[in-house]
Design a protein around this ligand. Sequence first.
Ligand SMILES: *Cc1c(COP(=O)(O)O)cnc(C)c1O
Length: 369
Amino acid sequence: MENKQITVTSPLLPDLDEFNALLKEIWDSKWITNNGSFHKQLEKELAEYLKVPFVSLFTNGTLPLLTALQALRVTGEVITTPYSFVATTHCIWWNGCKPVFVDIDPATGNMDPEKIEAAITPKTTAIMPVHVYGKPCDMKRIQEIADKYGLKVIYDAAHAFGVEVDGESVLNAGDMSTLSFHATKVYNTLEGGALVMHDEATKKRIDYLKNFGFAGETEVVAPGINSKVDEVRAAYGLLNLRQVDAAIEVRHQVAIRYREALRQVEGVTFMDDMPGVKHNYSYFPIFIDPDRYGMTRDELYFNMKAQNVFGRRYFYPLISEFSTYRGLPSAAPENLPNAHKMADSVICLPMHHELSEGDLERILRTIIR
Ligand SMILES: *Cc1c(COP(=O)(O)O)cnc(C)c1O
């Protein structure tokens, strides 16, 4: 057992017997999709859990990004961060807009608000920041800039499930926020996602858009898409919602253990909790300074792998380095020094609700020399 694989994440799974009982209900009702009762219940329970007014479920975390830009009629240029998962930028591109990358704040990994104004042109219509690793962006500053220039703000909050600042959900910031419920995330519905909005009219419009634009049997009000969640996934999501707090608490304890053990390690740094923030411990990134640590990030990463400890280099390479985006003027490395530095030094350590004390010892032994 000593050498069993330790994976970077492990999906939160509902109890099979409980899931079976709900499946039986779905089978009996024969209502398997199209805004069924589990779907409605999950939207309601998620809104309560997340402390937000309205939630619209989606089949993954990418389609709500795509749909939010459509709903807000974003055109031209969208300011975003290269330090994220590719889906963030892809959605800007799929809407026929031009992504404009700005650099990050090295303290958080999030878009540096002080870099935004210099990137605004007459074509800019929106800002798409990401709460990277679930660390809240400087939402107040971003909103000030957006208001000054009349820009929309769409947060990719794929990492920020349940994250709050001074008791307020980060999902209430900006015009809309998106979530991913992919298997690798803190909370999953197998595949899935959601869009969070502030008013009922927007919720209605989004619900049309995710159902081909249908507003009634014969009326199509917009070129919509299909992102309807079925009853099986909604039932699964309801069960997972009941155990997600316990899973986050285990993650919290893992973070405490990592920090205790790594604080004294020369050349290894990590992020501490932010004051006033309810974190979700979705990721535990460490950053390697090769001169002080005596080994490069990649050497450590592959060393860990050789010992069957699987971290992930989130987010390396930067989105701006992929061939599709490399040619954009804002993708030039000189424009993004902090993002490059972080991408070149990061390893996300295994972080999930099933890590044992023995696992943690094995992981830490691959790092502490
Ligand atoms: C996971 C993720 C997405 C995409 O979510 P899917 O559910 O995989 O489509 C988008 N943005 C970020 C930052 C993510 O981590």
